[in-house]
Write a protein that binds this ligand. Sequence first.
Ligand code: SF4
Length: 465
Amino acid sequence: MKVKSPLEIYRLLPKTNCKECGYDTCMSLAAHIIDRSAKPEDCKPLVEDAKHDDEARQNLEKLIELTSPEIDEVIVGKDLKIGGEEVLHRHELTFFNPTALFFDVWDTMDDKEIDRRCSKVVGYRKFYVGRFLTLDGIAVRCTSGNPERFAEVAKKVAGYGSPIVLVSLNASCMRAALEAVGEHNPLIYAATLENWEEFLKLALEFKTPVVVRSQDLDALKSLAATFRSSGVKVVLDPVTEPVGEGLRETFERVIQLRRTAILGGDKEIACPLIITPIAAWKAEGDAVSRAYWETVIASLFIIKYGDAMILHSLEPYTIMPLIMLRANIYTDPRTPVQVEAGLREINSPDPDSPVFITTNFALTYYTVESDLTSGKIKGWLLVLDTEGLGVEVSVAGGQFTAEKVKELIDKTGVAEKVNHSYLVIPGLAARLQGAIEDETGWRVLVGPTDSGRIKGWLEKNWPPK
Ligand code: SF4
């Protein structure tokens, strides 16, 4: 995005504050366009005026140009976004669209095994800091060389509803698969120097995004320019080599592509990058060591610019580190991860149950909640809005104060739910004990510094003497 201030966007909007975009003012829409939660086309009056008014059309075109991401955004399936990044380093802004992870099946595979793998991909969920992490889609590889079989398997996989990558360099096989599942907007992999003319026809006919593939970056750029000038959405594959010098060179190609796109402003290669850690399965070694290398390669390119990936191993010991790394890389560094403030009921508490308080920093909250729940402790848990900061930092920084605790007690009505007035505060907030007692009139008990010790602490301290 070339603009940093909402004012630069505001001056190109109609400035009538008509609210048709769902925001109260044009400035509010401008602010949402800046943080990418809205787009210029959300201003319906501007879109309508642009159909017959030259100035409105120029303003709309200018807005779209100014606000389009540095790296093109490509949609696969219904709404899986790939690319769309603005910066080289997460701390400069944030990364927006997490690396899309596709897992392979192939068309010489037994149908039952295809179903088993598809079900695993589609059904995978891992709870992590307040949300479920999932996998993104399935890559269907043509290993039969048989168009009918490839189409049959593509159709079967499409039935699972996940985004698909169709993998074949053979235009006849790709055509058959596209005739079967083209309506699902698959990503087609891959156009090369050898097959690009036929693949360009396919991409145009079926209106699908396409991967262009070459180790030679000049050839890759030329392929990308050809497809993009025809209006086709492009993903770049600079070819992943899994070991030795080849891996080093792969890394260098990826860095060069992204630096040239963002720092050099080279729009022709400002496209998402697809990486194929699955190449590790061509290297020597047993299944575990290949899965290990696949995970190492995938980790490297989750950190550095892989917008999509094709992987093979569905073992928990390979998936878990990848999705957790991805979750952390693609967390907005400008916004602490936080949960809603308020009162939570843990394990169906009663009026005799203790009242605890913690902060709304997601990591703190879920640790405390999980320790209480798994310890089978009945309790009332007050969650204080500390702007997403943990206990120690928020006490020091003034976000965890006696006044805010009183406000929370009053707002949640917790006093009416219990027949006592004892509040258990975290050990790391001990220095607020007196201030909270003075402010709230509640008796404050200082709990342990580690919520994992609450169970033992309660055995000695609850009910209070
Ligand atoms: S729809 Fe357009 S003109 Fe109306 S408030 Fe939104 S930005 Fe302003």
